[in-house]
Design a protein around this ligand. Structure first.
Ligand code: MG
Length: 165
């Protein structure tokens, strides 16, 4: 299902390589030795989780149904207009961000606010319904960022322990 999820993201205009620099910029201030390869690895590792795959596939399915006009009103118009008071897209994606710890919600909030790179583009693609997709991308990157942060801390603690053993 991981490959299907990656393919589905690509079919909606989101490539993993678009997300790598966003994650890098987000975590570089905290992990100075961070590399682009580690960022890509973290995104792919997060995509191994079934919860992440389910969230992405569910959100994109709703975007696609809205795009095809296959949802009933009033939900159809709400999704097509990306109604500012509709917050279910954020709630769904936020769940993904916090799978790797609570700092995922901070990362998610930051990405949702600043909308770096592809996230801004998705938010302003008028011919497509990307109501869920922009938040899903924020959630995916937020989860990968939290994973990196926790692993980095684990690694540091292990180094301290080894140097004092
Ligand atoms: Mg949205």
């Amino acid at each position: 299902m991981k490959q299907e999820t990656i393919k589905k993201l690509e079919s909606r205009g989101v490539k993993i390589k678009d997300l790598v620099p966003i994650l890098y910029d987000l975590q570089k201030p905290y992990i100075p030795e961070l590399t682009m390869d580690q960022c890509e690895e973290s995104i792919l590792a997060v995509l191994d989780k079934r919860d992440i795959q389910h969230t992405i596939l569910t959100g994109i399915a709703l975007d696609e149904l809205a795009e095809k006009g296959m949802l009933d009103e009033p939900l159809l118009s709400i999704l097509r207009q990306d109604d500012g008071l509709y917050g279910i897209d954020e709630i769904l994606a936020l769940g993904m961000g916090t799978l790797y710890g609570t700092i995922g919600s901070t990362n998610f909030g930051y990405l949702d606010k600043v909308k770096p790179g592809i996230i801004k583009k998705l938010d302003t693609t008028p011919e497509r319904v990307n109501t869920f997709l922009d938040d899903l991308v924020c959630g995916l990157v937020a989860a990968a960022a939290s994973r990196l942060a926790h692993r980095n801390k684990d690694l540091k603690e292990l180094n301290i322990k080894q140097s004092t053993d």
